[in-house]
Design a protein around this ligand. Sequence first.
Ligand SMILES: [Zn+2]
Ligand SMILES: [Zn+2]
Length: 270
Amino acid sequence: MRAKIWGCRGSLATPGEATVRYGGNTSCVELHAPGGGLVILDAGTGIRALGHKVHANGARDADLLLTHLHLDHVEGLGFFEPLFDPEFTLRVWGPRPDGGPLQQQLSVYLSPPFFPMPFDEIPATIEFTEVERDRWTIAGMTVTTAPVHHRGPTVGYRLEEGARSMAFIPDNEPGLDPESGLELAGGAEVLFHDAQYTEEEYKTRVGWGHTSLPDYARYVTAAAPGRAVMFHHDPEHSDWQLEEMRALACELTGRDEIELAHEGMSVTIE
Ligand SMILES: [Zn+2]
Ligand SMILES: [Zn+2]
C-alpha cells in the first residue's frame, strides 16, 4: 500500500509564503492498492493536481472515500480533470449528510450558482454509495468506516491489505468523546489524524469538531499506531508554528517520531 498526500490543510486552503513547507491545499490523499486500484481519500483542493496525474496515467476509474461534506473536503472535486472524461467512472462513498442523500447534497455544490456546470452535465459517470458503519472491499483492500465525533455526519476510514493498515480520520474531536474512531485507529500501521489546535486555541473552540494537542497525545497513546501523522493543519498556523506543535506532541506522547503531514509526502505501508 502506498499513500501520497496532496492536501493536509484543514478548514480553508491557505497558500502563501508561511505555508510552503507543509502546504496550503485542503484534505486529499491518494492511495494505491497492491491490486492496482486507485483510492482517493477526500476531495479538498489537493485533488486538482492529483487529477492531472490520474488523467495522464490513463486511469479509467477510481474510488473516492469522503469523510464528510464540509467544503475543505469536497471543494476540489469540480476541478478533478477526470470528471470531464466521459470514459471515466468515479465511485463516491461517504456518509449521508443532514438534509438529504449524499448524491443530492453534493450535487448542490457541483451545480450553479456554486459551480458553472449543472451536475447532470458532468461527462464522467459518478456513482454514490452511502456508508456509516460498514466494511467492504476495494481492489483487494478491506475498507472499514465508523462515525466519528464532528459537526454533522462524519466518518473515518481504515484501509487494510493483509497485515498492512492505514487509518484516515482528518476531522475528529476526541476531547468530547475519547473513544471516537479508536476502533479504526487502534494499532494501525499509519494514522493520519486531526491535530488542529493548540491547548490554548481549543479553549474557545470546544465543540467545533477538532483535536487539541493534549487530546491528540492521549488519542495517539490509546491508538498506538506504528506511525502517527498530524493532519488537518489550521489555516492560521505557519510552517514554524506547526513544527513547534510537533515538538510539543512528541513531548506529550513521549514519542519522538510524531510526524507532520506535508504536501507531496509519500508513505509506504508494509
Ligand atoms: Zn475539515
Ligand atoms: Zn469538517
